[in-house]
Write a protein that binds this ligand. Structure first.
Ligand code: PRP
Length: 173
């Protein structure tokens, strides 16, 4: 496998994450936020984002998966659900990448059924060329081309999540 030069450098990522956190801070003044990370991919973005948000905040997580190697199975599995009761809460879903949109769409629907006071989405990467279902993204880090990327939480067969930048991943033949 080949990891090319960074598509997004650590510096670009950190700058954008701070900007997103500032937007969120402004929008949620005088409110308490429940930030929900969609694992595993969102762990690094989530940790960086919440440390720069300056409103009262609780965290919770959902563990979901649908990809095998570079392909989606089309079936989203929820391995571990929320611990918090979201009813009446201002929920911010935090996702590392929106590709087909299937994962986010399913999780949004499940949370909305539980009656939060509001539900917004913050996605670090938007690979919009690949979208199959329409999902609203309220805070977006970067729009990226239709390439398989790894790093900053994103994996190929669970490797490369620890890279502090985003790279295009190509399999060598
Ligand atoms: C990835 C990623 C998103 C989802 C996006 O998760 O973290 O949750 O796919 O793809 P979609 O828009 O096509 O649904 P994955 O299934 O690889 O699990 P992971 O988070 O554990 O890496």
């Amino acid at each position: 496998m080949i990891i090319g030069k960074p598509l997004l450098s650590t510096e670009e990522i950190q700058k954008r994450v701070r900007q997103l956190a500032e937007e969120i801070t402004e929008d949620y003044q005088d409110r308490e936020l429940l930030a929900v990370g969609i694992l595993r991919g969102a762990f690094m973005f989530f940790a960086d984002l919440v440390r720069h948000i300056r409103v009262p905040l609780k965290v919770d997580f959902i563990v979901a998966s649908s990809y095998v190697k570079t392909e989606t199975t089309g079936e989203v599995k929820i391995h571990c659900d929320l611990r918090e009761d979201v009813r009446g809460k201002d929920v911010l879903l935090v996702e590392d990448i929106v590709d087909t949109g299937l994962t986010l769409s399913l999780i949004r629907k499940k949370i909305l059924e539980k009656g939060p006071s509001s539900l917004k989405v913050c996605a670090f990467l938007d690979k919009r060329e690949r979208r199959v279902v329409d999902v609203p993204i309220d805070y977006r880090g970067f729009v990226i081309p239709n390439e398989f990327v790894v790093g900053y939480g994103l994996d190929y067969e669970d490797q490369y999540r620890n890279l502090p930048y985003i790279s295009i991943f190509k399999k060598s033949i």
